[in-house]
Design a protein around this ligand. Structure first.
Ligand code: ADP
Ligand code: GLC
Length: 479
C-alpha cells in the first residue's frame, strides 16, 4: 500500500471558497483503494459548517515551536465517504469569519498549519510516502521536509508534490518577518530558494523543493512557462520543466439526473423537454421575463479580473441589447459587484444579479441556462465550465488554460464541438462569439441540441486524471 497525504487550505464539503475545495474533496475518492491510501489534512476553521464541526472526533494535541512561539496544535479526525480527514485546530489562527484574512495573518496562519500538519503525522500513525501539497498555503511543506524534519527517520524518505491551482497567488511577504515566523535559517532565503524579488515567497519555496510539480491542465502547464502567464516564476518553471506536468481536473457529484437542488431533473435523453422547466422556475424566482425560448446566459464566478470581467464590463450594455437574459451569481471585487447590480437595475426582467454565495443557486443556474459565459484572462483549469457541460449548458469561453482543453469549439461544417470560444483577450471577440452562439441557438436549434447531446456525453469524471496521478506517484516511488 502506498500512502499519500493531501494537504490543503480548503476541501468540500467542509469549507470552500473556490475550485480548489472541489478538487481536494473529490480526487482522493477516485484512487485505486487496493493500491493507494490517500488521506487529507486541512485546517479546522471556526467558520467551518457546524454540521461537520460537530462530528469531528478529537485525536490528540501538543505544543509546537514556530520559531520563538510555542503554539497549541489540536488534531481531529473524521471519516467521510470512505476517506480519512484530519483537521488541525488552533483558535488563535483559525477563528476568523472566513478561511482567508489579510495576507499578513495568512502568512503566519499557513506557516503554522504547514508545520503542524507535518508534526502531527507521527502522532496520527499515518506515514505518507508522498505529501501532496496544494497552492501557496502549503508551499512551505516541501521546504520544511528538506529542513529539520529531514533529520528524523520518520520523514527522511518522504517525497513531496506541489500542485499549482493558481499561480497568481504565491504567499509573498518580507523576508525578515517570514524568517521570524518560520524559524527557517537564512540559508533558505536566497534567490535560488525562497526569495523572489527581495521578498520571501511560499509558493516558490514549494516549487524549488518539491520532488514533482503539477498543475491542473496541460495548456496551463505550458502557459506558465511564458512571461505572460508565469507571474514572474516562469524562469523557475522552465528550469523545472522536466518535473512539471499538467493533469486536468475532473468533477464528480454534479449530475442533472439526481441533483436535489434543481426543480426538474433531466438527463441526456429527455433534456429537450425537461431542462426548460428549470429555466421557467428560475425566471419566476428571479423576476425575469417569463419566456421559455429566451436565450439565457449564466455566470457563476468569483468576481475578479482573472475571470474576464473587464471584458464583460466593457460590453455589458451592448450584450444587453441582444435577445438574451443574464443570470449572474458571484462575489468579489466591489466594482464588479456594483456593475452587475447596476445592470440588473437598468435592465429589469433581463438581468438578474445575485451577489452572494449559494450552492443551491449555482446548481439552478447550471441547470437552467442555455449558455455559460467564462471569458477568463487565465484559467488554470476551471470547473464551472465542466459543470455547465454536464448540465447541457454550453460554455462560451476564451481559449486559455483548462478552458481550451475542455471546451471543444463548435464547427458547423463538421458538426463537432461542445461550446463556443475565442482566442484573443478582446471584448469585441467575446461579443462576436456570444452573438454567434445566440444565432445558432435561435436559428439552428437542431444543431444547438446536438451540441448539448455532445456536451452531456463528454466524460469529465476523475477516472483518467486519477490514473495519471497514480502513475506519477508510482514513478516518484520508483514502482
Ligand atoms: P476558481 O477556483 O478559480 O474560483 P473554478 O471554476 O475552478 O474557479 O471553481 C469555482 C467553483 O466555485 C465552482 O464550483 C463554482 O460553482 C463555485 N462558485 C463560484 N462562485 C460561487 C457562488 N457565488 N456561489 C456558489 N458557488 C460558487
Ligand atoms: C483555481 C483556478 C481554477 C481551478 C481551481 C481548481 O482556483 O483558478 O481554474 O479550476 O483552482 O484546480
Amino acid at each position: 500500500m502506498k500512502n499519500v497525504l493531501f494537504v490543503a487550505s480548503e476541501c468540500v464539503p467542509f469549507i470552500k471558497t473556490g475550485g480548489l475545495a472541489d478538487v481536494v474533496g473529490s480526487l482522493p475518492k477516485c484512487f485505486n483503494k487496493d493500491e493507494f491510501d490517500v488521506r487529507v489534512i486541512i485546517p479546522k476553521y471556526m467558520c467551518m459548517k457546524e454540521e461537520y464541526k460537530n462530528q469531528l472526533e478529537y485525536i490528540t494535541h501538543f505544543y509546537m515551536d514556530l520559531s520563538w512561539r510555542s503554539q497549541y496544535v489540536g488534531v481531529l479526525h473524521m471519516m467521510y465517504e470512505g476517506i480519512h480527514y484530519y483537521f488541525i485546530d488552533n483558535e488563535y489562527y483559525l477563528a476568523g469569519p472566513r478561511p482567508y484574512g489579510n495576507i499578513y495573518e495568512d502568512i503566519e496562519k499557513f506557516a503554522f498549519f504547514s508545520k503542524a500538519a507535518l508534526s502531527a503525522l507521527p502522532l496520527i500513525g499515518f506515514k505518507p510516502d508522498i505529501v501532496h501539497c496544494h497552492d501557496w498555503q502549503t508551499g512551505l511543506i516541501p521546504v520544511f521536509l528538506k529542513d529539520k524534519f529531514h533529520e528524523g527517520e520518520f520523514f527522511c524518505n518522504m517525497k513531496s508534490i506541489m500542485t499549482i491551482h493558481n499561480l497568481k497567488f504565491q504567499g509573498v511577504w518580507d523576508m525578515k518577518t517570514v524568517k521570524d515566523i518560520t524559524g527557517l535559517p537564512s540559508y533558505y532565503f536566497t534567490p535560488d530558494k525562497l526569495e523572489a524579488y527581495g521578498d520571501a515567497n511560499y509558493l516558490k519555496g514549494g516549487l524549488v523543493y518539491a520532488d514533482a510539480i503539477t498543475t491542473v491542465s496541460r495548456t496551463y502547464a505550458e502557459e506558465i512557462k511564458t512571461p505572460f502567464y508565469g507571474e514572474h516564476l516562469d524562469g523557475l518553471l522552465n528550469a523545472r520543466a522536466h518535473d512539471l506536468r499538467g493533469i486536468v481536473n475532473g468533477i464528480d457529484e454534479y449530475n442533472p439526473e439526481t441533483d436535489r437542488y434543481i426543480v426538474k431533473n433531466y438527463n441526456a435523453k429527455n433534456f429537450r423537454k425537461e431542462k426548460v422547466k428549470n429555466k421557467r422556475a428560475l425566471q419566476e424566482e428571479l423576476g425575469l421575463e417569463k419566456d421559455d425560448k429566451k436565450f439565457m446566459i449564466g455566470i457563476v464566478s468569483r468576481l475578479t479580473d482573472q475571470k474576464g470581467f473587464d471584458l464583460i464590463a466593457y460590453m455589458m450594455d451592448e450584450m444587453c441589447q441582444q435577445d438574451v437574459q443574464f443570470v449572474i451569481l458571484g462575489t468579489g471585487e466591489e466594482k464588479y459587484e456594483n456593475m452587475f447590480r447596476h445592470f440588473a437595475w437598468k435592465y429589469q426582467g433581463k438581468v438578474s444579479a445575485n451577489i452572494f454565495y449559494s450552492e443551491t443557486m449555482s446548481h439552478k443556474i447550471y441547470a437552467s441556462c442555455d449558455a455559460f459565459l467564462m471569458p477568463s484572462l487565465f484559467e488554470p483549469c476551471g470547473l464551472s465550465q465542466l459543470m455547465s457541460l454536464r448540465y447541457g449548458t454550453l460554455p462560451i469561453v476564451r481559449e486559455t488554460g483548462g478552458l481550451k482543453d475542455t471546451v471543444m469549439p463548435y464547427n458547423e461544417y463538421e458538426g463537432t464541438g461542445t461550446g463556443f470560444s475565442f482566442a484573443n483577450y478582446n471584448a469585441h471577440e467575446m461579443f462576436n462569439t456570444l452573438k454567434y452562439a445566440q444565432y445558432i441557438y435561435y436559428e439552428k436549434k437542431r444543431e444547438w441540441n446536438k451540441m448539448v447531446d455532445r456536451a452531456m456525453a463528454a466524460d469529465f469524471s476523475w477516472a483518467s486524471s486519477a490514473k495519471q496521478y497514480e502513475e506519477m506517484y508510482n514513478w516518484m516511488l520508483g514502482c
